[in-house]
Design a protein around this ligand. Structure first.
Ligand SMILES: [Zn+2]
Length: 71
């Protein structure tokens, strides 16, 4: 039995606006790099708009994460 290898998903697009999410792990395919979103405050309103199949898989872009597009 093989242990599941944690690998960053190549989700480089924001699930809300389709723009570049600037996710470092998604771009490099590595989980030992930090995404900007680990230290950013993510708007709960923006998070609520993320499709269920993208939650914990794709990063939002900085604009959406800040709630700019959600009103
Ligand atoms: Zn976005």
């Amino acid at each position: 039995m093989t242990a599941p290898t944690l690998q960053a998903l190549p989700e480089t697009r924001c699930p809300l606006c389709g723009g570049a999410n600037q996710c470092e792990p998604a771009q490099t395919g590595r989980l030992d790099v930090e995404c900007w979103c680990t230290t950013a405050a993510i708007s709960p309103a923006a998070l609520a708009l993320v499709p269920a199949d993208k939650i914990n898989k794709a990063c939002l872009c900085p604009r959406c994460a800040a709630g700019v597009n959600a009103d």
